[in-house]
Write a protein that binds this ligand. Structure first.
Ligand code: SF4
Ligand code: SF4
Ligand code: FES
Length: 257
């Protein structure tokens, strides 16, 4: 087994501010960035705050920015860096820092709660749901999400624009709206909920200009932009410009008391 000393710069601080701190730390074959952060924590900075859980790329809690790129620390191998490169680890930039590498991701839970849940079809028991395999596979891709929020962190709509957060759900939750809107058994429209309209009006779909940055950082390789956001935009626009839908809306408006 070979080992070497790597140079690390880790952001230390809290809500009042902070700075990068330098460390020289041993690296062994096969290690990932989270191993090195843990070695720093055990030997040089016992109070270094870091959130992690599974160390297997499945819990989504070790998200951070490594050399400026949003990544999972437990899935970033040290072998992808040159041995003489200084590796900088900073907290997710789009969310407020609590301490060191730990951020407050409440924004995401708030946005999750704003997406109305699946509406079961009336008169069909849960065990009797039947779907085409193609529909199952579409949802399954979106359901691979581990809620690491790297896509939310990287999206420029909120990354540098705190003021957009109120009106924009972010790629992860627009993907959830898309999943439900494409779900063949979702009975939201029968209950008066128009998911396409809410995508535009309440979840800020129009802010997304399909740059695909969210897709590039997703550790589950979900094609967020191509398979969720662009189809959702197409569905929402189709509906808006479909002459029959337009006529129907006018008639409904006229009939309204
Ligand atoms: S594709 Fe849309 S949601 Fe994804 S990063 Fe770009 S603007 Fe944000
Ligand atoms: S869509 Fe991908 S990047 Fe976004 S939260 Fe889910 S797993 Fe993470
Ligand atoms: S520790 Fe669970 S995803 Fe990294």
């Amino acid at each position: 087994m070979s080992s070497y000393e790597a140079r690390f710069r880790v952001w230390r601080g809290d809500t009042d501010g902070g700075d990068l701190q330098d460390f020289s730390v041993e690296v062994n074959d096969g290690e990932v960035v989270l191993d090195i952060i843990h070695r720093i924590q055990s030997g040089q900075a016992g109070d270094l705050a870091v959130r992690w859980n599974c160390k297997a790329g499945k819990c989504g809690s070790c998200s951070a920015e490594i050399n400026g790129r949003p990544r999972l620390m437990c899935m970033t191998r040290m072998s992808v860096f040159d041995r003489d490169e200084t590796i900088t680890v900073t907290p997710l930039r789009a969310f407020p820092v609590i301490r060191d590498l730990v951020t407050d991701v409440t924004f995401n839970y708030t946005k999750a709660r704003e997406v109305p849940a699946f509406v079961p079809p009336e008169g069909v028991k849960a065990g009797d749901y039947r779907m085409q395999q193609v529909d199952v596979e579409r949802s399954q891709e979106f359901r691979k999400c581990i809620e690491c929020f790297l896509c939310q962190d990287t999206c420029h709509v909120v990354r540098d624009h705190e003021e957009n957060k109120a009106a924009f759900a972010g790629p992860r939750f627009l993907m959830r709206v898309a999943e439900l809107d494409m779900h063949p058994l979702d009975a939201a429209s029968e209950s008066g909920l128009d998911r396409k309209a809410t995508a535009q009006e309440e979840h800020g779909l129009g802010y997304c200009n399909i740059t695909k940055c969210c897709t590039e950082v997703c550790p589950e390789h979900i094609k967020i932009t191509d398979n969720a956001l662009i189809p959702l935009k197409e569905r929402a626009v189709d509906r808006k410009y479909d002459p029959l839908v337009w006529l129907g809306n006018r008639i409904r408006r006229r009939e309204a008391p």
